[in-house]
Design a protein around this ligand. Sequence first.
Ligand SMILES: Cc1cc2nc3c(=O)[nH]c(=O)nc-3n(C[C@H](O)[C@H](O)[C@H](O)COP(=O)(O)O)c2cc1C
Length: 249
Amino acid sequence: MIKDDVMKELYPFIFRRKSTRKYTGPVGEKELNMVSASLKELEPLLSSEVELKIVGRDDVRTGMQRPAPHYIAAFADGDEGKMNAGFMLQQMDLKLSSMGIGSCWQGIPSPGGHLKSELEFVIFLAFGEAGEPVHRSRSEFRRKPLSEITDITGMDDVLEAVRLAPSAVNNQPWYLKGGDGEIHVYCRIPGPIKRRLVGRWNPIDMGITLAHLQISLQHHGYRTGFRVLEDPMELKNFRYTGTFSYMEL
Ligand SMILES: Cc1cc2nc3c(=O)[nH]c(=O)nc-3n(C[C@H](O)[C@H](O)[C@H](O)COP(=O)(O)O)c2cc1C
């Protein structure tokens, strides 16, 4: 469970957040300290280790991407680690949005050779003083309709938060089944081209959307628990990710 006060603060920004790619400069020292303190408060989904470091633009090989003033570099091992990193850093993405700070997930840049960890590099979350609006209205989100990401009925309010989650190249690979106290989450198995293009980010996307699902379930008054079932129902063209159980408080 995410702490109630944190969840209340983050929930509204699910419906307002927007990736920022234009920055005017670094954030102030007070804000940077707040970001650093928030990193230590992020709730994990799973027990696998995730290391998060705030670094500067000189620590990052940005390639074709326009550089950002700051980055949070995430290190973790395997798909489980990636999913956990996605779950944790999405809380940070929403927190930055709530602070009026611009942010953007960035999978294309790579860490400079001196940025070391025992764990594998997974992803960056870029942030800084934004040179463009960091918020938008609900109608400005470009996303699949709810009917393409779930067949669960009667929970549209809860699941809208999942629908609006960000993903690599806006791929939205998730599908949800269940209802009646359990939501089973699946990830679309990419074809060969998509696998090469975005396959490595799928577990991060799943962690991101699970963060939105958990925050939304809590907001709607449910106590939640996450587990990976040993014998889940199979779904053609999808890989099972995990199951949230939920109960009214
Ligand atoms: C795992 C992941 C990797 C991403 N990598 C990049 C990237 O390298 N460069 C970039 O500009 N945006 C990147 N994005 C941002 C997505 O393009 C963006 O979240 C998506 O198009 C939805 O737009 P929104 O965040 O404004 O809602 C990435 C997002 C995710 C989740």
